[in-house]
Design a protein around this ligand. Structure first.
Ligand code: ZN
Ligand code: ZN
Ligand code: ZN
Length: 373
């Protein structure tokens, strides 16, 4: 992984905002475990789960990274080094939790933890802090949700890379091959077209397309199959792509083609609904309405979308009941689908970024059902 995609000033601003938000939430300290939150705040995510890497920040503490010595150099290379963040390293035989606890203010501090801190570390920390811990999600969410120009540029780069893979789909997707064979070729292309890692490859042919979370199988693709291809990877900065197109091998049954045309309209209606001030639920409803009006409401079994950034799935979730107003810079998927159990399914997915008066689509390949060999 390239450690710091952005200049240290970007991480300084992110850390400052997290400290300020923690203060506004009445917290003394926030403990951030390995993973996307750490990567967002420092440019490094922690190499292993079983060895504790943690960032401690907040109005009541000196910002500190606790890190296994074997990863020390990597941390020094990142924003943590550039910003002079205090680093406390440890080796086997040391007590890494003591290094976290000693940064906290005396008394009964109010401490929150990032939502992905593994239970393996959470429980020893909770025992030592001796008070109830809370979740830092509200403190960390704000910064992660609203992307700045540099982050949007990375998401654009990721979007263009995955579009390049979809444009090549006829090279691999044809009757007689298994989903797994097709997926292996797609995975290779995901890297060849500019990603550093493959995050997921879904090839759902025929009845497998009716399961929104189907990945791949040894099913052989047959003439006339509708095939859902949902793929994504991370570019070297760690920002992700995620785009779905629905293909047909040869030509589709008339009813399927008609239903997919409705799905394309539903996806467009949701994209058209996006602008600052509109709620996530209203965007979801825009897609849902088109499908319901066509008698396909029951076939749309999941939420319309999810935020994306250094994680493939993050806030905001574009779902019924989410009254969060959209803001310029939020990035998320719009991916309505229709699923007919035991028969077939279809999904169309683009990543969009909210602009001052609407949104920018980061995936621009054809949305209509596309025929392959
Ligand atoms: Zn899902
Ligand atoms: Zn997807
Ligand atoms: Zn998605």
């Amino acid at each position: 992984m390239t450690a710091t995609p952005f200049p240290a000033s970007v991480y300084a601003a992110r850390l400052e905002r997290a400290v300020r938000m923690a203060g506004e939430a009445g917290l003394d300290a926030v403990i951030v475990g390995p993973g996307a939150d750490l990567r967002y705040l420092l440019g490094v995510q922690g190499d292993t789960i079983e060895r504790l890497t943690a960032l401690v920040l907040g109005p009541g503490v000196q910002t500190t990274v606790v890190v296994p010595r074997m990863e020390l150099a990597k941390v020094r290379d990142t924003a943590a080094g550039a910003l002079g963040v205090r680093v406390a390293d440890w080796v086997d035989g040391d007590d890494p939790y003591a290094l976290v606890i000693e940064t906290l203010p005396a008394g009964r501090p109010r401490v929150a933890v990032s939502d992905a801190l593994p239970a393996l570390h959470l429980i020893p920390i909770a025992e030592r802090v001796g008070v109830n811990l809370e979740l830092a999600t509200p403190v960390l969410r704000e910064g992660r949700m609203v992307k700045d120009a540099a982050e949007i540029a990375e998401l654009r780069r990721a979007g263009a890379a995955i579009d390049a893979v979809h444009r090549r789909m006829r090279e691999w997707l044809r009757a007689g091959r298994t989903e797994r064979e097709v997926a292996a070729d797609i995975a290779e292309a995901i890297v060849a077209e500019g990603h550093e890692t493959v995050e997921f490859v879904i090839v759902g042919s025929g009845p497998n397309g009716a399961d929104p979370h189907h990945e791949v199988s040894d099913r052989r693709i047959a003439p006339g199959d509708v095939v859902v291809v949902d793929i994504g990877g991370a570019v070297p900065s760690g920002y992700n792509s995620d785009s779905t197109r629905t293909y047909v091998v040869g030509s589709a049954a008339e009813e399927s083609a008609e239903r997919i045309a409705v799905l394309v309209r539903a996806q467009q209606a949701a994209v058209d609904a996006v602008r600052p001030g509109v709620t996530a639920a209203q965007v979801d409803a825009a897609a849902r309405r088109v499908l319901s009006d066509a008698g396909l409401g029951e076939a749309f079994l999941h939420r319309t979308g999810h935020g994306i950034g250094v994680s493939v799935h993050e806030e905001p979730y574009i779902a019924p009941g989410n009254d969060l107003p959209l803001r310029e810079g939020m990035a998320f998927s719009i991916e309505p689908g229709i699923y007919f159990a035991g028969e077939w399914g279809a999904r169309i997915e683009d990543i969009v970024v909210v602009t001052a008066d609407g949104c920018e689509r980061l995936n621009v390949t054809d949305h209509a059902l596309r025929a392959v060999g």
